[in-house]
Design a protein around this ligand. Sequence first.
Ligand SMILES: Cc1ncc(COP(=O)(O)O)c(C=O)c1O
Length: 459
Amino acid sequence: MEIAQLIAERQGENYQLHRRYITPGFVRVLEIIGYDKVYTKGEGAYLYDGAGNRYLDFLGGYGVYHLGRGHPALKRALHELIELDRPNLVQMDCPLLAGLLAERLVERTKASFPGLEAVFFTNSGAEAVEGALKFARGATGRERFIYLDHAFHGLTLGALSVNGSEHFRSGFGRLLPATAIAMNDLGALERELAKGDVAAFIAEPIQGKGVYLPDERFLPEAQRLCRAHGALFILDEVQTGLGRTGRFFCGEHWGLEPDIVTVSKALSGGYVPVGTVLTRREIHKRVFSGLERSVVHSNTFGMNELAMGAGLVTLEVIEREGLVERAARLGERFLAGLMELKGKYELVRDVRGKGLMVGIEFGPPRSLALRAAWAGLEKVQEGLFAQMVVMGLMRDHRLLTQVSGHRVNIIKFLPPLVIGEEEVDYALRALDQVLAEAHRFPGGLWKMGAELVKGALAR
Ligand SMILES: Cc1ncc(COP(=O)(O)O)c(C=O)c1O
């Protein structure tokens, strides 16, 4: 089969096939919000459709494209690896590239978090979280977890047990014993830890759903409390890691020293799924306690050559191209521009983030005409205003974004770290124009809002 020919022949059947065989509900959502595009090419921070239209991708494949799409160094390495006919997935051996990637990860992590010297490879972020939870149980002999409201750590059953949203949790029966606390509530954390049955407290340093940042004291204190009560501190850097927030690991912003760190997303280079659990040697030893238990936790594809190669090249490019510093610099420019918009538009309630993980939150307006328009949307479903802005950004500016969570008026931006000032300024101008339209009622954007309401009610 010629794959290029197959694509050429069937191009355009995308939504029809997904409606029939995959998730019809999601197809409908994409149609309603005007995201039912047929992209034919991706390059750097841009996507292209068949008509040659260019789209700026500030969604970044949910945060995997630190290097942008199709980075030449990655393409070259992956082609090379295939051509080399490497002995992939022998399983009863110790593959070199996995050893090299583990070495590189440990070396690089040392500068951020000391003491994390054992590596376990996974196929995804959720699987890394599953590993972290199991390691915490195995090492402490305790069962319960503590997690934060709004937390997102993946959607497999273990990860779901520490998910801070009822929307995702409900309908799937009993989950693992775990207790939610509010971000910044150190009292609640201490009370739960004092019960003595907590294996680990798990947190994202900046929450992906909603771009919520903790108070300065919260995570360092939480870490101290975990130590004091014999629980492990798991930092989920699946989304925030590898430079996204302007530091190699986001936890560096607070000088954290977690016991277990999960990494995934960007390590893949956007090509080959991969994840890792980084942990202390003594924790690892307690889980893999002896020869008989040396593969008590494992998987089939974790150390596959293409994933390992993608990981190695990704780390090298992040370093060589100074992408961590770039994220910090451009993030500052983006945030400063958003702050100006906040001053200009009453519907903008907050802008926040670090590096190139940035959120904008909307809230009810003061002026009478807008208040009625806002209420009309929001009474149908909370979060529809942000969705309307997402639609406007796509329709008028071909800018890809997303509402950051279920029924929230927050848009999140996760652009590739290879963007430049031009892309940041383009996104700011696009937002400025769409928000200007959203502050005019009745106006074009609100007409789109009416369409959205129709769609939402028809569901
Ligand atoms: C912080 C965090 N942890 C875990 C996951 C799950 O990763 P995956 O979707 O690869 O299973 C995500 C995904 O968005 C995430 O943001």
